[in-house]
Ligand binder design. Structure first.
Ligand SMILES: C[S@@+](CC[C@H](N)C(=O)[O-])C[C@H]1O[C@@H](n2cnc3c(N)ncnc32)[C@H](O)[C@@H]1O
Length: 262
């Protein structure tokens, strides 16, 4: 997979991309990750990427020309439609589609991703309309630039590429796969300042451990993110476990009606 990031602050990526999984993925040749300075595609001696907004108002707006030129060079074609048809061109903006694991999985299946990082008041609307194929937000809050969102998306996508993590089976039960949160983890010692690891995990009984973990995934999702359960893939066994969990929780809370929790 090739990933290109277009930014006015390329050095912000140096540290993040030269450590841990990102470094390994690059060294193994599993990804071709390139960061470009948007100012390389300016034509004036001040290398200006922004200008005042039409219609007045405060703040500066990022100009369309440098992004246009950058995408043509990075996309290796003088035909924008051609680049758009074979790449995802992601523009980071608070008004974009909010990133979630489903969208990350979709991006991880692509061969080419180009990311455009905004600054100031944002990017000229024509870049949103005619250059980007996707507008992505990383949450309902405002950052000062698209660089951190580009790091977030890159890290989330890269860890899904086969060979990057090593133990791919760990992905199967991570949070959000199958629409559920993850089960809790414990490590040694079995008891620490009086806090004990659940007995079932020390039992060596694999079927019981698997059942306990599934129940804990369902419980965490029910209690912390009940909205996810509406779309989760649940087996009949899961539904039975959920009923057990609800009854247990309600008993603890003193509720009468077992349908109340979701
Ligand atoms: C200060 S923000 C601009 C905010 C814009 N004026 C608004 O009110 O929506 C500058 C840049 O940061 C990036 N950015 C800020 N918050 C973001 C978010 N939640 N998700 C993705 N990108 C974000 C975008 O690239 C944006 O162009």
């Amino acid at each position: 997979m090739r990933l290109d990031i277009i930014t006015i602050f390329p050095r912000m990526f140096d540290c993040v991309f030269s450590e841990s999984m990102m470094r390994i993925a690059r060294e193994k040749g599993l990804i071709d990750l390139r960061v470009h300075d948007l100012r390389s595609w300016t034509g004036d001696k001040h290398r200006k990427v922004d200008d005042i907004p039409y219609g007045g108002g405060y703040g500066m707006v990022m100009k369309p020309e440098p992004f246009y030129k950058a995408v043509l060079v990075v996309g290796e074609s003088d035909n924008l439609d051609d680049i758009r048809s074979r790449s995802r061109i992601i523009l980071f903006t608070p008004r974009g589609r909010v990133l979630n694991q489903g969208l990350v999985e979709e991006f991880a299946r692509e061969d080419r991703i180009i990311m455009l990082c905004g600054r100031y008041e944002g990017i000229d609307e024509r870049v949103h309309e005619h250059i980007a194929t996707d507008e992505v937000s990383i949450g309902d809050f405002v950052l000062s630039g698209g660089e951190v969102p580009a790091m977030v998306l890159t890290e989330a996508v890269i860890r899904l590429i086969p060979g990057v993590l090593g133990g791919e089976e760990s992905l199967a039960e991570e949070s959000f796969t199958e629409g559920l949160l993850e089960y809790p983890h414990y490590t040694r010692p079995a008891e620490f300042v009086g806090w004990r690891v659940p007995d079932v995990l020390l039992s060596g009984h694999h079927a019981e451990i698997a059942k306990w973990r599934r129940k804990k995934r369902l419980e965490a999702t029910l209690l912390k993110r009940p909205d996810l359960l509406e779309k989760a893939k649940l087996s009949n066994q899961d539904k039975k476990l959920l009923e057990e969990i609800k009854t247990g929780v309600e008993k603890e809370a003193g509720f009468q009606d077992p349908g109340k929790l979701i």
